[in-house]
Design a protein around this ligand. Sequence first.
Ligand code: CAA
Length: 246
Amino acid sequence: MKKVALVTGGTSGLGAAISARLTSDGYQVVANYLPALEDQALEWQQASEQDGLPCAVAAADVSDATSCQLMIDMLLEEFKRVDIVVNNAGITRDATLKKMDLEQWQAVINTNLSSLYNVCKPVLESMQNNRFGRIVNISSVNAQRGQFGQTNYSAAKAGVHGFTKALAQEMARHGVTVNTISPGFINTAMVDAIPEAMRTEIIDSIPVGRVGQPEDIARAVRFLVDDNAGYITGSEISVNGGLFMH
Ligand code: CAA
């Protein structure tokens, strides 16, 4: 039986590459999308299917606990299990703290950090009963080193790894691993949105000399969700071209 993998924000950017990688390797992927982006998500689903990578999709706003509970109830009803969760959905609302309004702060904290509570809590019982689970949380190099203009994002993404380490301890005896992947600058719309001069400066500072590709992250996710990766838990894997080493 195929293992069922829920990828939040799974129909675009990093998430789309993760969904494609896992589908291609034989997982039943459910790619979550924000309800307001349904047209784009369905278009992506159709294109994936044409590429020979059929994926299910499911709408939910990851910043909303009720929305996540409903989505996961539906998945448990349809597939009877959720074996893998990749908490990938994330946003930026960059501004220096002096200029950042409360809405920009809360939007990033809720989408990038509270989402982990909203998505993980409803799947734990199913994972525990099956004595198997893989949770991969996507953080960022900007959590590890801080980033000018990103107090909200750096705080939320640093919180992600704290969450990982605590939940890893709670679930270790139940066959459920919880790990963090911290990408560097990856070729996605989020990084494209950085003002060009700053982007060039950042890219010049990456030791391998280029931005990463979404597939670089997808391969790391694939490694962590493998049946044989059960002894890796509470870890953080940096995939950043050497930009930050610790
Ligand atoms: N360190 C120190 N000072 C800096 C600085 C830095 N990194 N960047 C800018 N400054 C200085 C500027 O030189 C400027 O100084 P003066 O007033 O003396 O000229 C001052 O700070 C104000 O800077 P800005 O003009 O840029 O301020 P702004 O309000 O117009 O813009 C900002 C602020 C929106 C945060 C803008 O700086 C910005 O977009 N920065 C990029 C943020 C970034 O890197 N985001 C990453 C997105 S990708 C991502 O998040 C994915 C991932 O996980 C890696």
